[in-house]
Each structure stands twice: as structure tokens, then as C-alpha cells.
Ligand binder design. Structure first.
Ligand code: COI
Length: 348
């Protein structure tokens, strides 16, 4: 791998206490190009603008997928990733569905390790601080034919982050718009899956909701996932979440939460969830919690949900399951507890 170090680090100019999620980038980036039928020698270079031709394929057809990962630093200064094998497999599953050549595992992990080592001072210790890692790959051939590109670019950039949502999260249940269809690309982290949510989310925001909970496209009767997170419901003492399928993202945090919850003795049911039963449970005061899970958000409690013009508030609990699960998952991520699952991955 070729490595070019920055000659002017930006580290000193960053206010780590006031980070706007995803808008400050570290000194270096990983870049690897695909042409002549193969991935070329990867490089880690200073983070910088890139030039492109207006005909670059991704700008026309959106052939692009990404991942979200985080690196954590413990009190001894050691750097950890959380289940990076899952992100690696998922970006290639997404790529395959969008007819993008799969990326070699050794390039991915070598790239991550080199990048995190060079930018290690950007990772601050302490619960709540992390480095958000954004691997992504897109068609970069200069060509407007509506067919798969012959050239691709795989990049990894990183940003120091704190919480994703600054304030409370209220969600609106989708009654008209859909995020994904059967046989489509809902299970991938395709860039377009996110773009398609912006308009309905902007409408929801006008009504005071931060996110939409997507429902099945056929009937709009079943709850699926929220824009940046998978979603869990606690009815009485049982957690319920929707099964993954070709419309729903197979979230790494989602499956970790399910495992930790079950191993903590919490009953977790994975099954289709009707909106009607959640509304009913809320009316009967049996809906105790709703929360989202995702790499960026970790576990984010939901304050209320909107449906058919009504707003249903979640109760304020003393010791919510969401908080307990968040503490457990974060103590594995930050190397503060045993990791019985082997999820923690040492970078150095
Ligand atoms: C993540 O949680 O990493 C995501 O990819 C969601 C996002 C669009 C911020």
C-alpha cells in the first residue's frame, strides 16, 4: 500500500466538544480504484478534494453503496473496532446487488488499520467519543450509458463524532410513502435508499418529527425500520423487532442488541409487527419503550410516535431497557467489560 502523510495536520483546529456529526474529517483517507478488471494498489493519502468528470456514472445512475462503522479508544490508548467483519460482508452484499465488484478483504482491513494508525490522535477516549468511519464505493467511469461502470473508486473517510441526534427523537409512522419494495434494494446500504427518504422526512420534520418509521410498501400496516436505525418496541416486558428481509437493513447494532438482550434474560421476539397492535398497546399503557439502534445512533430512545394525525407519547421510565442495553453494548465497544462474543477487534 502506498502511504502519503499529510504535511499539515488539521487536528489542532478542531473543537472536539462541539462536533456536528459527520462534518469534520481527519487528516487522511483511503483510496483504491478499480480499472482494467481489477482493484489496483490501494493508497492512504491526505484527505483532499477530488476532481471528476460531469459524466461520471454515479452522478447519473447512483451506483454507490456505503457502510458506517466506529472506532473507539480505551483508557490505555488502544483502538478498537466493533464487529468490522460484519460491515465488510455487508458492503460486499450491497455491492453485489448494485453490480459493483466486490472488494478484497485484505485491502479493507489493511486500509482501516493504516488509516486508524495515522489518524489515531483524532480518536478521543471516553464514553460517547468515537471516530465514525465511512467506507463507500461508487462507479467512477466517465460514461452516461445506463449500464454498470467499468471503473469504481473505493474510499474510506473518518470523522470524530459524539451523539448523532442532539435532542429528543419523535417518529412519524409512514402511511403513504415507502422506503423499499419486495425484491428491491432496501437491505443494502445503497446511497439512493437514503436520498429517497429526504423528502418524506422533510415533510415529517415540518410536523415536529425527526424521523419516519417505514412501513411495508404493500399495505402500510407493518412497521419496518426508521431512516437511520432499526427499531425496537417494548410491550410489557417483551422486546419486539421486525425480522430482516430484502426490504430491511440487517443492522449490526440490531443483531448485537438482540443477542445481549436475550443473554440478559430479556424476552425478544422477532416477528412482523402490526401498527394496530402498537397503537393498542400504547392506549393500554403497555407500550413501555420504543428505541432505534444503529452504528451512528447506538441506541436512541424514542419520545413519541405519530400516526393518523394522533401523537402517542412513551412513558418516562426509571430504568429503561434501552439504557441498560446501551450501557452493555458500549462497555464492550470501549473495552470496559468482558467481550464474551468476540465482537471487539483490536486495531493495534
Ligand atoms: C450508520 O448508522 O452508520 C448509518 O449508516 C446511518 C447513517 C445514514 C448516518
Amino acid at each position: 500500500m502506498k502511504i502519503v502523510r499529510t504535511s499539515a495536520s488539521k487536528l489542532g483546529s478542531v473543537d472536539f466538544e462541539n462536533l456536528n456529526f459527520g462534518s469534520v474529517f481527519t487528516d487522511h483517507m483511503f483510496v483504491c480504484r478499480f480499472n482494467n478488471g481489477q482493484w489496483q494498489t490501494p493508497e492512504v493519502i491526505p484527505y483532499q478534494p477530488m476532481s471528476f468528470e460531469p459524466s461520471m456514472s454515479v452522478l447519473h445512475y447512483g451506483q454507490a453503496v456505503f457502510e458506517g462503522m466506529k472506532a473507539y479508544k480505551d483508557d490505555q490508548g488502544k483502538i478498537w473496532l466493533f464487529r468490522p467483519d460484519q460491515n465488510f460482508k455487508r458492503i460486499n452484499r450491497s455491492s453485489e446487488r448494485l453490480q459493483i465488484p466486490v472488494f478484497p478483504e485484505d485491502y479493507f482491513f489493511e486500509g482501516l488499520k493504516t488509516l486508524l494508525d495515522l489518524d489515531r490522535d483524532w480518536i478521543k477516549p471516553g464514553i460517547g467519543n468515537s471516530l465514525y468511519i465511512r467506507p463507500f464505493v461508487f462507479s467512477s467511469q466517465a460514461c452516461v450509458q445506463a449500464s454498470p461502470s467499468k471503473e469504481y473508486t473505493f474510499i474510506i473517510i473518518c470523522c470524530p463524532v459524539k451523539a448523532y441526534y442532539g435532542g429528543e427523537v419523535n417518529v412519524l409512522i409512514a402511511e403513504e410513502f415507502s422506503r423499499a419494495a419486495n425484491g428491491g434494494i432496501g437491505f443494502t446500504k445503497a446511497a439512493g435508499n437514503y436520498a429517497a427518504q429526504f423528502y418524506p422526512t422533510a415533510l415529517a420534520q415540518k410536523e415536529g418529527y425527526q424521523q419516519i418509521v417505514w412501513t411495508d410498501a404493500n399495505t402500510h400496516e407493518y412497521l419496518e425500520e426508521a431512516g437511520t436505525m432499526n427499531i425496537f418496541f417494548r410491550v410489557d416486558d417483551q422486546l419486539i423487532t421486525a425480522p430482516t428481509n430484502d426490504r430491511i437493513l440487517d443492522g449490526v447494532t440490531r443483531k448485537s442488541v438482540i443477542q445481549i438482550a436475550r443473554d440478559s434474560g430479556i424476552d425478544v421476539e422477532i416477528r412482523p409487527i402490526r401498527i394496530a397492535e402498537i397503537v393498542q398497546a400504547s392506549k393500554e399503557n403497555r407500550l413501555k419503550e420504543m428505541f432505534g439502534s444503529g452504528t451512528a445512533v447506538v441506541i436512541n430512545p424514542i419520545k413519541s410516535f405519530g400516526y393518523q394525525g394522533a401523537n402517542y407519547k412513551l412513558p418516562e421510565l426509571e430504568n429503561p431497557i434501552a439504557t441498560r442495553l446501551k450501557e452493555k453494548i458500549m462497555s464492550i465497544q470501549y473495552n470496559l467489560s468482558e467481550d464474551p462474543y468476540g465482537w471487539r477487534f483490536a486495531v493495534d
